[in-house]
Design a protein around this ligand. Structure first.
Ligand code: HEC
Ligand code: HEC
Length: 190
């Protein structure tokens, strides 16, 4: 099981970098940065996330994580994210849920072994997948002082540290969240 997940997680990275490369050719003028900023890396090096208590974590989220991540999200989609808050990542019930991640109210991602599922997400939301893989994931990992997930760092920080997984095929799909955005007006996100 573990080996299989590693392979398909690799697929996600490959997909993400493949789009990135194709896109770069298309508009070489404005390539998106693919690495975390030196500020994010420096901030992450100053903390030991796993040893911090809840108050220290909250303070770090507020002072460093939210402003840094908001800048990225606003750069990606200003209209949607100019009000970005703790709830954008942690959900409307953040406090009630004790800020636990991953957050089941974020759009669910296919199971790590679901190659076709990931291809479909990639095709439907190429820009979102690229943004997530090349900016959100590396920057969040850096801010937490963690290694970013990769096939050679399977314990690293990755997509499933924020997103939950879709139900396995046998179970009924959860209402709304896992569904592709309806044409003309998704309630949420892009
Ligand atoms: C860009 C997404 C993002 C935003 C915005 C964000 N967080 Fe977080 N937060 C995370 C992630 C990811 C984790 C889990 C880190 C880990 O793997 O341990 C986390 C963890 C936490 C934890 C620790 C939870 C636990 O189970 O130990 C607290 C507390 C927290 N966040 C508070 C906040 C507060 C308060 C805000 C707003 C000021 C905020 N967060 C904004 C992504 C975010
Ligand atoms: C730090 C937390 C975090 C990480 C890590 C993360 N995401 Fe996201 N993702 C989010 C948030 C927040 C949103 C936006 C939700 C919204 O707009 O309400 C999002 C949205 C998305 C969407 C858009 C869904 C839709 O239906 O519009 C996709 C696709 C996605 N993420 C895929 C990924 C993939 C693939 C990875 C790993 C490469 C990843 N995410 C890593 C937090 C994260």
């Amino acid at each position: 099981m573990n080996k299989v997940s590693v392979v398909s997680f690799g697929l996600v990275s490959l997909l993400a970098s493949a789009t990135f490369a194709a896109d770069e050719k298309a508009k070489a003028a404005a390539p998106a940065p693919a690495a975390p900023s030196p500020e994010a890396v420096a901030a992450g090096k100053k903390i030991n996330w796993d040893k911090m208590d809840e108050n220290a974590k909250k303070a770090y989220m507020k002072k460093t994580v939210l402003p840094t991540m908001k800048k990225l999200f606003v750069g990606f989609d200003k209209k949607h994210y100019s009000n970005m808050s703790c709830a954008t990542c942690h959900g409307e019930k953040a406090a009630e849920n004790k800020f636990k991640m991953p957050n089941p109210s974020l759009p669910k991602l296919p199971q790590p072994t679901d190659r076709a599922g990931f291809m479909a997400v990639q095709q439907k939301k190429p820009e979102a997948v690229k943004f997530m893989g090349s900016q959100v994931k590396p920057t969040m990992a850096a801010l937490l002082g963690k290694t970013e997930w990769s096939p050679t760092a399977p314990e690293g920080f990755g997509c499933y540290n924020c997103h939950t997984k879709e139900e396995a095929a046998a179970a009924p799909p959860p209402p709304a969240m896992g569904k592709p955005a309806a044409p003309g007006g998704p309630a949420k996100g892009w």
